[in-house]
Design a protein around this ligand. Sequence first.
Ligand code: NAD
Ligand code: UD1
Length: 336
Amino acid sequence: MSLLITGGSGYIGSHTVVELFTVGQDVVVVDNLANSSTKSLERIEQITGKKPIFIEADICDKAAMENLFTSHDISAVIHFAGLKAVGESTQQPLSYYHNNVAGTVTLLEVMAKFNVKKLVFSSSATVYGDKNESPLVETMPTSATNPYGQTKLMVESILFDLAKSDPQWSIISLRYFNPIGAHKSGLIGENPNGIPNNLLPFVSQVAVGRLAALNVFGDDYDTVDGTGVRDYIHVVDLAKAHVQAVNALADLSGCTAINIGTGNGTSVLQIVDKFKEVSGADIPFNIRERRPGDIATVFAEAKLAQQLLGWQAELGLDEMISDTWRWQSNNPNGFE
Ligand code: NAD
Ligand code: UD1
């Protein structure tokens, strides 16, 4: 039996495939390569000695998905596939609703048809909206401030309704905080298209000389140094949380949302200082206006993951930054 990994050639998916191979789990990857390339799969083989079975297909393509389930014996699905750029989602909402919501419904229909009713879904801390105080707890009310966040919220609602309708479903929705870092080999990592939106890829491209200076979005928040605070989580820890979540599906029924974070907050300037220390590179920055939609502080309460998955983050900021730097400096142009 194999696990189906949708979006498995992407950033978090590729790291998760490595961890699944490490525990002896067979996988089938499906990806339409909208935001990745098969180079990551070659690198997975370099790391683990094993190449995942790869099917190039869109999760919205029902015939292709049915074909996949017919030709492979799938026990459960980890569903990473989706579009993830917040700014782009405000300009192209239909493409986000189509890929993230309609695509997930198609996947669920095919899973139901083939009686595969175990799923781990990639949700996000963005579902806590901008009204809750950190630490964010799974029981807090959810809301969305942009179409991307809305798609995560809508999919969670669909998953809760589905699990209520049929007790055979076992679903875990992992609410990721801010994934950063890379595999310690330096062979796989985050490879954003164009100018990065997120802090770490931007900082590392400044450090490597691809971008001139970081724009720090606001220094007047009520935080330790006035800059935004987030709960950064090492992508390898996050990948391991998926291994634990798949194991936990056997004992959980219904749909359960679980935070995946460290429970600690780090400011933008603390990240910049740590990056300078680790890389030895200069990171020039300019203080700019606050970015619309940003909030001062976001960090997780991380107890539920410990209780239900037996998982907690093991890697700290030093590893997150040094692994990001190894990936970026070994691959200044990503996988190209
Ligand atoms: P990514 O873009 O690197 O990976 C997503 C993969 O899905 C890509 O390889 C892309 O080609 C593929 N894909 C997109 N639409 C598809 C479709 N219709 N059919 C088949 N494949 C498709 O992103 P990531 O950072 O690895 O994120 C994985 C998941 O985690 C996403 O659902 C994202 O929303 C969620 N998430 C990411 C973060 C983050 O900061 N990276 C935070 C919270 C949640
Ligand atoms: C952003 C998204 C969130 C998404 C997450 C992971 C917004 C409003 N939120 O979260 O929905 O789930 O990415 O993909 O886009 N910063 C800078 N300069 C930069 C980039 C970021 O100062 O060039 C600051 C931000 O203001 C923030 C922190 O760095 O305080 C982290 O930003 P980012 O990496 O974009 O993550 P989030 O804002 O947490």
